[in-house]
Unconditional design. Structure first.
Length: 367
């Protein structure tokens, strides 16, 4: 692989999700949107536009069953990471037991290609690799054996690869689609495998940390939010949530990297850009007022060492860097400046609580 970007580092990602309560905080914000989904449809479609380790994906299915226990759920997860694909799928056996009328689709394609992948044989001259896993039992033990078995495992190893272009951008080596469903529920799902099935009719789309915080608003809209808006059905909603740092995070980052702006735009900037773009014309969409929510660093017990980063100060520092998506070269420059490094450490130690701040807003298609 060519140059590695800090926020692509797997160990730092795992440290962040283990040492903070972000997954729980985001899930709790999504639940209210699950409750408002239509109760008059035989099926509902949800897209998680970046499953990560599968925690939120699994929580969505749990909450869906609570509020819509008899409705078929067709849920799609987008994830390019081989490890996170496996982590997501390994959380699914219990979900198929609790909610049998469930079809899970996983894909690794780009946001702009999500509307094509289930109906196309090729994307950009690359053949779409497809795998259907039909679960033939009725209990989570057997489902787990099938999901983690060699048939699906070999397909993932062979096809779910990553390619890096000359500019260091990550993409897939082959576009892939995996469908998982129960054999005893197949008759209810057959119509969703036909080529005439339209893919751009999601009832709910979740875009959680789906873009780089430092990217311009235009890039976020053109590459992520815009393509997802086009996938909504006539009453669908897109739920967007992202980090904007927080006071304690910004204080440390400004001290450590005074010339860097980790969070140059907010949800308001994104919405303003959307309203002034072709997507915002003709009053097809309604934009909610952005709101903030918070989650904290989980302090390890005294006199203990965290698994990845050592003591609490190091873990806090690593998580702040992850949220700020600071490049390795900038971190290395700081490490070589002992005076500034000590100032940063003292600032972190002086903070009673490291609190992270996220924004959330929704885009509803109204006609």
């Amino acid at each position: 692989m060519s140059k590695k970007r800090f926020f692509d580092d797997r160990l730092k990602y795992l440290s962040f999700i283990q040492n903070t309560g972000e997954k729980k905080a985001i899930s709790e914000k999504i639940y209210s949107y699950i409750t408002t989904l239509s109760e008059n449809k035989s099926y509902l479609r949800i897209l998680d536009a970046g499953t990560g380790d599968g925690t939120i994906f699994s929580n969505i299915i749990k909450s869906f069953h609570k509020y819509h226990p008899y409705t078929s759920l067709l849920i799609t997860g987008k994830e390019i990471s081989y490890e996170d694909l496996k982590n997501t799928l390994e959380k699914m056996p219990d979900r198929f037991v609790e909610h049998p009328n469930l079809l899970i689709t996983m894909t690794n394609v780009k946001f702009s290609e999500l509307g094509l992948v289930e109906n196309s044989k090729k994307i950009k001259d690359k053949k779409v690799k497809e795998f259907n896993l039909v679960l033939k039992s009725n209990n989570s033990f057997d489902f787990n054996s099938e999901i983690t078995g060699d048939l699906l495992g070999d397909f993932i190893k062979k096809n779910w690869g990553i390619a890096i272009d000359k500019k260091g951008r990550t993409s897939y080596s082959s576009p892939c689609v995996i469908k998982v469903y129960r054999e005893d529920n197949a008759k209810h799902l057959e119509k969703f495998f036909k080529n005439d099935y339209k893919n751009n009719n999601y009832d709910l789309i979740i875009a959680s940390q789906a873009y780089r915080a430092a990217a311009p608003a235009k890039v976020k809209v053109d590459n992520v939010i815009g393509p997802l808006m086009r996938l909504l059905n006539k009453s669908g909603q897109l739920l967007v949530t992202h980090t904007i740092g927080g006071e304690s995070i910004q204080k440390v980052l400004k001290l450590a990297f005074k010339d860097k702006e980790a969070f140059p735009n907010t949800a308001k900037d994104i919405i303003d850009h959307l309203k002034n773009s072709p997507l915002g014309e003709n009053n097809i969409y309604n934009f909610s007022k952005p709101t903030n929510y918070y989650f904290k660093f989980k302090k390890a017990p005294d006199q203990t060492v965290t698994e990845l980063f050592g003591h609490n100060t190091d873990a806090k520092w690593a998580n702040i860097l992850y949220v700020g998506q600071i490049a390795e070269k900038d971190i290395q420059e700081l490490e070589n400046n002992s005076r500034l490094r000590n100032k940063v450490r003292k600032t972190i130690d002086a903070s009673n609580q490291i609190q992270f701040k996220n924004e959330i807003f929704s885009i509803a298609k109204v006609r």
